[in-house]
Design a protein around this ligand. Sequence first.
Ligand code: ATP
Ligand code: MG
Length: 688
Amino acid sequence: FVPGDVAYLDSLNAGQRRAVEHGSSTPQAGPLLVIAGAGSGKTNTLAHRVAHLIVNGTDPRRILLLTFSRRAAAEMIRRVERIATRVLGVGSGAITDSLTWAGTFHGIGARLLREYAHHIGLDPAFTIHDREDSADLMNLVRHELTFSETKSRFPTKGTCLAVYSRVVNSQADLEEILQSVFPWCAMWSAELRNLFGAYVEAKQKQNVLDYDDLLLYWAGMMAEPMIAQRVSSQFDHVMVDEYQDTNRLQAAILLAMRPEGRGLTVVGDDAQSIYSFRAASVRNILDFPTTFDPPAEIVTLDQNYRSTQPILAAANAVIEQATERFTKNLWSERVSEAKPNLVTVKDEADQVRYIASSVLEAREAGTPLKQQAVLFRTSSHSGPLEIELTRRNIPFVKFGGLKFLDAAHVKDLLAVMRWAENPRDRVAGFRVLQLMPGIGPTTAGRILDVIEASTNAAWALSEVPPPSKAGQHWTDLVTLVSRLSGRETGWPLELAHARHWYEPLMEDRYEDAATRTADIVQLEQIASGYPNREKFLTELALDPPDATSGQAGVPMRDEDYLILSTIHSAKGQEWKSVHVLNVVDGCIPSDLGTGSTQELEEERRLLYVAMTRAKDELHLLVPQRFYVTQQTRNGDRHLYAQRTRFIPRTMMVLFEDFFWPPVASVRDGALPASPVVVDLGAKMRGMW
Ligand code: ATP
Ligand code: MG
């Protein structure tokens, strides 16, 4: 490698190159914003920038790279590796191994908090509650305060958690959030304030952090000048992809990490902001340029390299109707005759049939399944499709939807592991103890109080008088906990030990214990991919692995499979062929929200995100009968659905619009027009 040789930048256009080389000539680069539409190469530019920095001597361990998912981080590392290896000629894996600070805000937060725990009064052995655990804890606290018993129509645990989370992430006042987002809970503001105070206390007592805490504590840590100095001096560069979907708390963290914006790069697209329900604020990206003095350098890009021109034209038309938008329309050099398909089908059954045959057709034509995706609004919408794909032996992977992790028996076993990791975690403790016969909430609560008061959980447990009906299960649990907390057996063998304790209980409880055992074996397989219990629990809570159609866990690397994903999780990705389910009013836009203009605008952006994932082929599906959960006197019902309002009649020229299956063919069992279907006479004669 000859210094100054930048041939690897030749593939970039002028804007991209300016972003990559920004600040190269100065010791410390000023803040940089790349703001541009979908597929314009923002992520690619970021990868080149990281590679460029490394090639020019920046230590990869001093680069903090924040992405929107763990998958996105892995993909980014892969791209950087590819570019840098070509230039530096170092062995493959060298960069990957040293880009250690690439991940999500939550993942990086968890790591930093463990590292600095002692300085901020945290016990580094904290466990992380996923949303469901958090809701369970919220529920426990709700009961303790007797809100659920004495106050009729008090918000559910899920709503309480949503309000709490929204307040934390938007750094706003409770009253303000109640008024603007949860008006129907506003009358409970005093009780909610009480509840949240008690919830925070409970978490601290139990040494658990929820998702929001990972950001909140990180931000809090950064408000202490001495620690902030230490943490931020660990990095020369902080880079963020998908910046439009960060919230106020994340922006505050970034600002504290890079107070003057030096070495700070953010990229994003305001037209793709789709996470306001998690308190993301598009203001972060729009206000970025004026946050710093001197102000940030801004790079905009306008060429799309992903989609063919007809697909881009349709996507542009959808987003053009948006009321407010910073990024401009894109153009593409990728010519094609094929317009995107707008396919009307009778119902959801025909919808999945269309997809299965279209997917197979594309594979025949040379597009591997991996290059094809089916996107939907909500995870539950893919149910019928999963059944059809399984029936037709089409392998698939569903992003972020490892359903078996939600199954009771898997959660039971995970609770055992979490309790061993942190005996003060009451949600885990409650779950484990109540698995045994004769132990209900009261007994469990008493036992947990004893453990909480003690310094050694294993010892405390052995001091508790054995609950009479628990018998051998109790004795075995005491042994198990002492083994696990003493880390006497190596990882992942610990999980097998826990299974031996759990299996007899599971067999008493469930008829289908055999299939459940299979799930647990799969969990052990997943566990073997992690170096230790802590890492396993942290990553499973933060970003569960993807679900597969097969039994054997993660599919083989060389196996081909179709991608199923929610639109939200598909962010930043691309496939040759993309199908979007249920492009109807009631789904996109959803009829579950309040219908405010802001919400509608976000729904439009959601459709834009979905459409711009496609490179060569796009199919939007419109089932005429779509199951709508609309409470009527007769319960839920099927409604006749309308094509989404985001594609009005005037836009139809941009699509190939047709009914499937073709109307002329056999429908509803009707006989074809030809008079003779089968000549039975000839058939009878032929038998002799
Ligand atoms: P999104 O907004 O969806 O996240 P993006 O702006 O991050 O999109 P990328 O994913 O970086 O876009 O790039 C889209 C596609 O365009 C990728 O396949 C990438 O390799 C390709 N691409 C980007 N820049 C160029 C370029 N200068 N020349 C050729 N291909 C490019
Ligand atoms: Mg991107």
